[in-house]
Design a protein around this ligand. Structure first.
Ligand code: PLP
Length: 287
């Protein structure tokens, strides 16, 4: 089946979809994105992703091309047209294609944002073999820009970080700034010590994860202790458990950091429980 994608108002086979070579997303990474997970053909935390999209666009002075209900319609239409049961919807909005390449932002009256959405199917999304074994991470310097709270399409360093991890036989990298972990290359990072969940507080240093917000809410509702503060690499290595969160991996246990096993080197009980709670609650609230 040919995938149907959405480009600037049209639903098209992916082979017919086109974006200008002058698009500022292509030339300057001048754009933002969101990834919304689909379970049982329904969208997980759509409103969280929509709200963050609005914020990202606002921070970059790009007008939001659609209201909430129009965005929801496009998401649902793509899920239906592509028969997605388990997978995700990717959306990207760029500042558009003004014609000439210029550092100065084009006039929004004459250059409208480019909107692209597509789906990806993933049968192993929920029953993930990685979640059963846990993942290994290595630490690397956080060399990204200073506005990591905006979900931009500048993903080169995170991509390099994943490659550095793979070369060391690990699955992912945790990034470090001034001795403290900021976050994973495409996820938020947590450690657990003596029953307390610790994760970096929200600021411009990290992406304000939609899954993070949900998981911390569920953890507090389940009477788990949560501390939002910086934690060091040393603290992480001596933690009882660790995990990461993202829309596409939910709660993913981390079993080793820089080659040192955490606890028994298998997914810890709290991370495992949080994954179950997250999946159960998110399924119930999916739209
Ligand atoms: N941190 C970074 C750097 C990310 O790229 C992502 C997701 O792409 C996250 C955290 C997790 O965010 P969310 O839970 O909204 O998927």
């Amino acid at each position: 089946m040919t995938r149907i994608v959405y480009v600037n108002g049209d639903y098209l086979p992916e082979t017919e979809a086109k974006v200008s070579i002058f698009d500022r997303g292509f030339l300057m990474a001048d754009g933002v994105y969101e990834v919304t997970t689909v379970i049982d053909g329904k969208l997980i935390d759509f409103d969280g992703h929509f709200t963050r999209l609005e914020r990202s666009l606002n921070e970059l002075d790009i007008a939001n091309p659609m209201d909430r209900d129009a965005w929801l319609d496009v998401h649902r239409e793509l899920v239906a047209q592509n028969g997605i049961e388990l997978g995700m919807v990717y959306l990207q909005v760029t500042r558009g294609a003004p014609g000439d390449r210029d550092f100065i932002f084009p006039d929004p009256e004459t250059t409208t944002p480019t909107v692209v959405l597509f789906t990806q199917s993933n049968a192993a999304l929920v029953e993930s073999p990685k979640a059963k074994k846990g993942i290994k991470v290595v630490t690397i310097d956080d060399l990204r820009w200073g506005r990591r709270d905006i979900k931009t399409v500048q993903l080169l360093y995170p991509s390099m970080g994943k490659m550095m991890a793979l070369k060391q036989g690990a699955d992912d990298a945790w990034m470090v700034q001034d001795g403290a972990i900021t976050e994973g290359t495409s996820n938020n990072a947590y450690i657990i010590k003596d029953g307390k969940i610790v994760t970096r507080a929200l600021s411009n240093d990290i992406l304000h994860g939609i899954t993070r917000a949900a998981v911390l809410r569920f953890a507090r509702e389940a009477q788990m202790q949560v501390e939002e503060r910086n934690f060091t690499v040393e603290e992480a290595k001596s933690a009882d458990e660790a995990f990461v969160t993202s829309a596409s991996t939910f709660v993913m246990p981390v079993v080793a950091i820089d080659g040192a096993d955490l606890g028994s080197g298998t997914p810890g009980p709290l991370a495992t429980r949080l994954r179950e709670i997250y999946l159960e609650e998110s399924r119930k609230a999916a739209i």
